[in-house]
Design a protein around this ligand. Structure first.
Ligand code: ADP
Ligand code: MG
Length: 263
């Protein structure tokens, strides 16, 4: 299908995105990527100057992809994921989500875009310690207009799916690291976000537990959810199709995943 300029204008008739309209018109039927980063940069002040964490990051991720970000410790993976997840608006360059700007917008507008679209699994879990497991799972549903009965049903389904039914009335500090990680993943996916961003989602798990989480993320991906995860483990990356390698804040490779090694 050829995209005409008129159709493109209709798509963006709120006038927020003239730049994307031009690109869509000139590349014909190329879909607007879910994520497009253009020269994204991040730095912190350091000794009167600045220290760079992300350098000129250019990246496109289409809806439905399953991508793994890999790189050494300190290379900027978590920083990149926070920006993608709309948690950090303090960066240079441009971030377009669904062809809408996520750069240069108010914190409130960015947070709304995040809440509507993103499920985030934090490297340090960020569960609320004074809420039970079931109450933690209910939080993302409380942001949306999901009726009480359905909320309870979805929480029950997640507890079941992650085999943590017996933990539902416990508080996060009463759980092992692995169990907290399972709750963190369940909380990220419960509201059926369009994209799940997961920072080392199996980092605290034994391989068997980690594999179960990865099968679950694969299932969600097969149902159409976009997945972007950070991992050090090529076996974990192999559940997706694409690897973005980052070193010292630079994207230095964008490649297919490697086939898992034969035992
Ligand atoms: P990764 O997740 O790849 O291990 P991060 O994205 O967490 O790396 O961090 C990238 C770099 O940014 C590290 O060198 C880290 O020390 C630095 N960094 C992160 N947060 C801050 C901060 N608040 N102030 C200064 N430097 C920071
Ligand atoms: Mg990290």
């Amino acid at each position: 299908m050829t995209t005409t300029t008129a159709e493109t204008r209709d798509d963006h008739d709120d006038g927020t995105n003239p730049e994307m309209a031009t690109i869509t018109a000139t590349t014909e039927s190329a879909p607007v990527p879910m994520i497009r980063l253009d020269n994204v940069e991040k730095s912190y002040p350091y000794k009167g100057g600045q220290t760079w964490v992300l350098r000129q990051v250019k990246l496109e991720i289409q809806e439905g992809e399953f991508v793994t970000i890999m790189g050494p410790s300190g290379s900027g993976k978590s920083t990149l994921l926070s920006i993608l997840g709309m948690l950090d608006g303090d960066f240079g360059g441009e971030y377009w989500f669904d062809g809408k700007p996520a750069h240069g917008v108010s914190n409130k507008a960015r947070a709304r875009l995040g809440k509507e679209n993103v499920g985030f699994v934090f490297q340090q879990f960020h569960l609320l310690d004074d809420l039970t497991v079931a109450e933690n799972l209910d939080i993302p549903l409380s942001y949306r207009n999901v009726p009480r009965k359905e909320r309870d049903a979805r929480v029950a389904e997640m507890l079941d799916r992650f085999q943590i039914v017996g933990k539902k009335d416990l508080y996060p500090p009463q759980l092992s690291g692995g169990q907290q990680q399972q709750v963190a993943v369940a909380r990220a996916v419960i509201a059926e976000p369009r994209i799940v961003l997961a920072d080392e989602p199996t980092g605290s798990l034994h391989w068997k537990q980690g594999e179960a989480i990865m099968h679950l993320l694969s299932e969600l991906n097969a149902e159409g959810t976009t997945i972007v995860q950070v991992s050090h483990d090529e076996r974990v990356a192999a559940f997706g199709r694409r690897v973005i390698e980052i070193a010292d804040g630079w994207v230095n490779a964008d490649r297919p995943t490697r086939a898992p090694e034969k035992p």
